[in-house]
Design a protein around this ligand. Structure first.
Ligand code: ADP
Ligand code: MG
Length: 725
């Protein structure tokens, strides 16, 4: 019963406030916590023989493979370190195509002949694991008889200890591939795309006179999430099984007063956040920012950026930690893209840039004309990437959950465009208008813009409606969803920009070989590219209908839902670019397409089944009970000789509503009895025949909710879930 959950929630909050909430003490210092459970560079330096340490670092910085004697030495030191910290097991941690993480634990210990036990951990066990791959989605890439899959340590992401009460496990971040070398996870393509981006970046930088030898995609993903009292969560089958509410009338007060964003954080929530942060510090996740988000009970956590693969691992750890710690405070963490209809959903802004091994952020506008020129080159590369690879980028963020958010007038539209801000747009316009003539300024040749002013990075220059925004020294891919692994959007961005850099550098190399001066060649190239790709630049209101029309005129893609967006992954151009950079083969891409389609259909299927279940077991019985009560009251009035006209009207209304609800429930149930020959046809069917029936059922169910008395209504309401904290 809703009221029972309410009673429990109130009790939990009161007890927390009186007990844990009143505790005082000296908090642990961040510098003592940070990285305490990570076998990081410093730990490696202390615990590894010097030669081994140097070999390992060289593997990390030059992305070479680890030889077996180094691997054995690292494994042995790692095992001793882990066991000293109480570890009994190790696990190869990986990120299969399910979008979450997977792990299988093995003990360090095995029995010896004399009945004792001995800890052992070889280099091979560190570097390669062999989990049974058959139960992970592979999109038909392997049948169960060849189910073997391998996990391979990614030495650029350091191992850490997962401590859960008395159980301590050494976690080794890995990539997951099939026995034939096909990627079965999200990490492998990411690592490969980082290589491609590094190669192309270094090649481009060389033309600008740089001696950089490697470059890294950097990411800082901001996570939005909801925290609600766990008693409410347990009383909602939809939250437990679908992650979002499938029924639920809007509360009288939602987010319209705008009194939540950056507001003060409730005590219990703050305590939970602090513990999440402390846990993350220990495993080396550099979390930095926390605040209230726009919707009631919505929050955000953001880290300091790191190289894309480490940021991805850390992001997955952040999600897991949020989920794990929240219950300790009587809370449930919801990371679905749209847990509550009518309120803002959650995204995960993926901040992205490129850094070189000399410590430069290549999207940082420079101070000198030469630096400006290089900055503009990289900036234009990104603009070209987003324009040319709109479909791929849109695909990389498509999911049943994100369909509720994108284009819903509270999140970026499904159309990919780039926000550059006024100043940078002005510079682009100058170049486009032909100002890129050769002019001398103080002895240096520039490319038409005398020098770039420092671009403002304050919040005022923000455009919340853009799916892809330049924010001073990085781009922010804002259409990414709260619930997804950032590896694939990052992979696609890396590839798209690598492709730009490849094409632009080739062209520039050609021009330079003909003796054209660098400045002139760059100016001409940028001018041409800006002309070609400026249609993707949009600084206005992305939520407006006018933009939908304008984007159509500009020829930008508008893939409104997942089923429309997914086929982009297997478009000939996409296959070509993935193969060119050796990221994924056509077969691997088709497999991923299949997995994505199935995930979509399965998600809708689970939600629809749950709706039918909740309709029959919660909404309908509650409605019928109220109908009986009103019927009895009408009958009593009639028997008393004062027939109630309004009572009869109410009864009529309830009966009609419940009938319609019952009919609609059957319709949805019938719609689900369906099978399709292909995954594509099935996904389309789910979108066109099932999703609309779900919306209709919800509408009727929500009407019943607002009529039904509190004592009878069996589900926690929006008002309770969102405002009692
Ligand atoms: P803002 O004011 O734009 O929010 P912040 O510096 O607070 O700027 O950054 C927001 C997010 O962007 C953080 O997660 C941060 O780590 C990330 N970020 C900052 N610089 C970079 C970069 N060069 N590459 C990737 N992410 C970055
Ligand atoms: Mg942001």
């Amino acid at each position: 019963m809703g009221s029972a959950a309410l009673g429990e929630a109130v009790k939990t909050i009161r007890e927390w406030t009186m007990n844990e909430g009143r505790q005082t003490g000296t908090p642990a210092k961040v510098q003592d916590l940070f990285g305490a459970l990570v076998f990081n560079d410093k730990m490696q330096q202390t615990r590894l023989p010097r030669a081994v340490y140097k070999a390992l670092r060289s593997t990390v910085t030059h992305a070479t493979s680890l030889d077996s004697s180094t691997a054995d030495a690292v494994a042995s030191a790692l095992k001793d370190w882990a066991i000293e910290h109480g570890a009994s097991h190790y696990t190869h941690w990986f990120q299969p195509m399910t979008g979450i993480t997977a792990e299988k634990h093995d003990s360090f210990y095995s029995p010896t002949a004399d009945g004792q036990s001995m800890a052992a951990f070889s280099g091979k066990e560190l570097v390669i694991g062999e989990p049974d791959a058959s139960s992970f989605p592979s999109g038909g890439m392997r049948s169960t008889f060849e189910a073997r899959g391998y996990t391979a340590w990614d030495p650029t992401s350091p191992p850490w200890l997962h401590v859960n009460g008395p159980s301590v496990t050494l976690v080794i971040p890995t990539a997951f591939v099939s026995w034939t070398g096909e990627a079965l996870d999200k990490k492998t393509p990411l690592l490969r795309s980082m290589e491609a981006l590094s190669t192309q970046t270094v090649r481009a930088l060389k033309l600008f006179g740089s001696t950089a030898r490697r470059a890294t995609a950097t990411c800082g993903p901001e996570q939005e999430y909801f925290l609600i009292d766990r008693n409410f969560y347990f009383a909602r089958p939809d939250l437990i099984n679908a992650g979002r509410t499938l029924f639920g009338a809007r509360p009288p007060k939602g987010q319209e007063l705008e009194d939540q964003y950056f507001g003060s954080i409730p005590d219990r929530v703050l305590a939970c956040m602090s513990e999440v942060e402390a846990e993350l510090y220990k495993v080396g996740v550099p979390v930095k920012t926390r605040h209230n988000e726009v919707a009631p009970s919505q929050y955000e956590i953001a880290p300091i950026f790191e190289s894309a693969n480490v940021a991805t691992d850390h992001q997955m750890m952040t999600m897991e930690t949020l989920r794990r710690v929240a219950p300790k405070f009587g809370l449930a963490c919801l990371m679905h893209e749209k847990p509550f209809a009518g309120l803002n959903g959650s995204g995960k802004h993926l901040n992205w840039s490129i850094g070189d091994d000399l410590g430069n952020n290549l999207l940082n506008p420079g101070e000198t004309p030469h630096e400006n020129m290089q900055f503009l080159f990289f900036c234009v590369a990104v603009v070209r990437a987003v324009d040319k690879w709109q479909g791929l980028l849109r695909q990389s963020i498509a999911s049943a959950g994100n369909d509720h958010r994108l284009g819903a007038n509270e999140a970026p539209p499904a159309i990919l465009s780039v926000f550059l801000g006024d100043m940078l747009t002005d510079i682009f316009e100058q170049i486009d208008a032909g100002a890129a003539r050769r002019t001398k300024h103080g002895g240096t040749l520039d490319i038409g813009v005398s020098s770039l002013p420092k671009l403002p990075r304050d919040a005022g220059d923000r455009n919340r409606t853009s799916p892809f925004a330049f924010t001073g020294n990085k781009f922010e891919f804002r259409a990414v969803s709260s619930n997804q692994n950032v590896a694939f959007p990052a992979t696609c961005l890396n590839i798209a920009v690598a492709d730009s850099l490849d094409a632009m550098t080739a062209e520039l190399e050609g021009m330079l070989s003909k003796g054209q001066p660098l400045e002139e060649a760059v100016a001409a190239l940028l001018k041409k590219l800006i002309k070609q790709h400026k249609r993707v630049i949009f600084n206005g209101n992305g939520y407006s209908d006018a933009w939908q029309k304008e984007a159509g005129k500009r020829g930008l893609l508008n893939l409104r839902n997942t089923v429309d967006a997914l086929p982009e992954l297997v478009k000939p151009d996409v296959i070509k670019v993935f193969e060119k950079f050796k990221i994924l083969t056509e077969r691997e891409l088709r497999a991923r397409y299949e997995v994505d389609l199935e995930t979509y259909s399965k998600t809708i299927n689970v939600e629809a089944q749950l709706m039918v279940l909740m309709a029959n077991r919660y909404v309908l019985p509650a409605g019928l009970e109220y109908q009986t009560q009103v019927g009895q009251s009408v009958a009593a009035a009639k028997a008393g000789g004062v027939p109630s006209v309004e009572g009869k009207k109410l009864l009529g209304r309830i009966v009609k509503l419940i009938d319609a609800f019952r009919t609609q429930t059957d319709k949805l149930a019938t719609a689900l009895e369906h099978s399709n020959s292909s995954a594509e046809a099935h996904a389309k069917y789910m979108r066109d025949a099932v999703v609309p029936q779900m919306s209709k059922l919800r509408e009727l169910g929500d009407q019943i909710e607002v009529l039904t008395p509190h004592q009878i209504w069996p589900l926690p309401t929006y008002r309770e879930m969102l405002f009692i904290k």
